[in-house]
Design a protein around this ligand. Structure first.
Ligand code: LRH
Length: 452
């Protein structure tokens, strides 16, 4: 075994970063070498990702990283770029929060919600790729669809492919056979040849200069789940950032009617695992308030921590999906739900955190009931692991200890999958996770006694 140094590119909805990971047989160390904003742009009413600057920033980060043995790219799910016959990008990718999928519920009914779940195992989210493609206007000139991380890897290497963890979020993948669901493609009028061949995390995509570009769990949540420092399989995770992805790790999908009704998803994970989870609206609610107020998040959370439990609303109400006007929408939701109406910023923040903790509890409980996997602990990874109020209230609500951290679980998952390909580490996910446990700090939150 040899020590390796790799670059992990991790693009999130509000920022991107390039991290350098140094991995030896017993340690993994991370250093951030470049961070940049991701600012979507609205043009003629449509919300886009400004993808070329993101690519440039990613290149700048890789250059800053210096000589590395590998590069891996992950990003948010469901979004894609379309290429023409020459491999040129047909316009900027559309943002999943764009309103073009407002008719997604009808599309779901048209396609048959039960049949769709039986094939793909995916929860209904209006922005699943299948619904975006049903509203896509550029298909006539498109020859190829590449998911965002696959698009960036294509620009780096010239090689096209579809990494399977992210492909599983399209709702166009057969979750049992792990192959493209070409029948579904035909039903939405999309030629199956639009989609490239699938590839597994842990394969080499091609080279960028002399450096191999390695397929990692290119769906950021798949890499984050690899980065959960769990000691055994009795754990729930919350990958907590813009979204809270709450669930358990399984070997096989759960495709029951009860699971569909509870809107649980079976996304594919690294090493053939299934990420059985539900999307909770996450810190997006807080991020949007902070953006509108121009306020300091730490100060707001400190003020909210001094208040007692306030209004609880359903954070997953689709009214919260689009950007803009979030504080007013939260106040309105409290009114509609006959909850105490928050009268200042601290009370709105408290309402967000209490509502997220409650939604976390529901998802943790239902994941266990529906999958039969019992858990003893909830791991919170990602930026939300820094939010001590949210971690404590989640522990209280779930009646379970919360282990918070690492914040950079996604980058760690990305780095470790590369390191395994390069021969710096070996073994299964349990072994990769023991490396994280040995090298990263985790904070423990016990559930409050009154909550027991
Ligand atoms: C988190 C995430 C999540 C998806 C959403 C689109 O970044 O990838 O897993 O549901 O973005």
């Amino acid at each position: 075994m040899r020590d390796v140094r790799v670059a992990a590119v991790d693009l999130g909805a509000s920022s991107g970063r390039v991290m350098v990971g140094e991995v030896g047989p017993y340690t993994v160390a991370l250093r951030e070498c470049h961070r940049f904003e991701n600012r979507p742009a609205r043009v003629h009413g449509t919300l886009h990702w400004d993808i070329l600057p993101l690519y440039q920033e990613m290149l700048a980060g890789v250059r800053t990283a210096g000589p590395v043995d590998g590069i891996g790219v992950d990003s948010w799910a469901v979004d894609y770029g379309l290429l023409d016959a020459d491999g040129a990008l047909l316009g900027n990718p559309v943002h999943y929060r764009d309103e073009r999928t407002n008719g997604a519920r009808d599309n779901l009914e048209r396609l048959g919600a039960q049949e769709l779940y039986a094939t793909t195992g995916l929860q209904f989210l209006p922005f699943n790729t299948i619904h975006q493609l049903s509203a896509e206007t550029r298909l006539d000139s498109a020859q190829r669809l590449l998911m965002i991380p696959d698009l960036l890897a294509y620009w780096l290497t010239g090689e096209q492919g579809a990494e399977i963890t992210n492909a599983s979020t399209t709702q166009l993948l057969d979750v049992r056979s792990r192959t493209w669901a070409t029948g579904l493609m035909a039903r939405i009028g999309v030629d199956p040849s639009l989609f490239p061949e699938l590839r597994e995390p842990g394969t080499v995509i091609g080279d960028f200069g002399a450096t191999p570009v390695i397929a990692v769990g290119s769906h950021d949540t798949a890499s984050a789940v690899v980065g959960v420092p769990a000691a055994n399989e009795r754990f729930a995770y919350i990958s907590c950032g813009t979204w809270s992805l709450v669930g358990v790790e399984l070997d096989t999908p759960v495709l029951t009617e009860a699971s569909r009704e509870a809107n649980f998803t079976n996304e594919l994970g690294v090493d053939g695992t299934v990420r059985y989870l539900r999307n909770v609206m996450g810190l997006w609610l807080l991020q949007e308030c902070v953006r509108e107020w121009g306020a300091d998040t730490t100060e707001l959370l400190r003020a909210a921590a001094k208040l007692s439990k306030g209004a609880v609303i359903d954070p997953d109400d689709p009214v919260f999906l689009p950007p803009g006007g979030m504080p007013a929408r939260i106040v309105e939701a409290c009114r509609r739900a006959d909850q105490p109406v928050p009268e200042d910023r601290a009370a709105i923040v408290r309402c967000i955190v209490d509502s997220l903790a409650d939604a976390h509890r529901r998802a943790v409980e239902e994941a266990q009931e529906l999958s039969g996997r019992a858990v003893d602990v909830v791991h919170v990874v990602g930026g939300g692991a820094r939010n001590s109020l949210l971690c404590q209230l989640t522990a209280d609500a779930c009646h379970l200890p919360v282990l918070a951290g690492p914040v950079e679980a996604t980058a760690l998952g990305n780095v470790l999958v590369q390191a395994r390909v390069l021969g710096a580490v070996s073994g299964d996910l349990a072994q990769l996770r023991s490396l994280i446990r040995g090298s990263q700090q985790v904070t423990r939150y016990e559930p409050a006694r009154s909550a027991l």
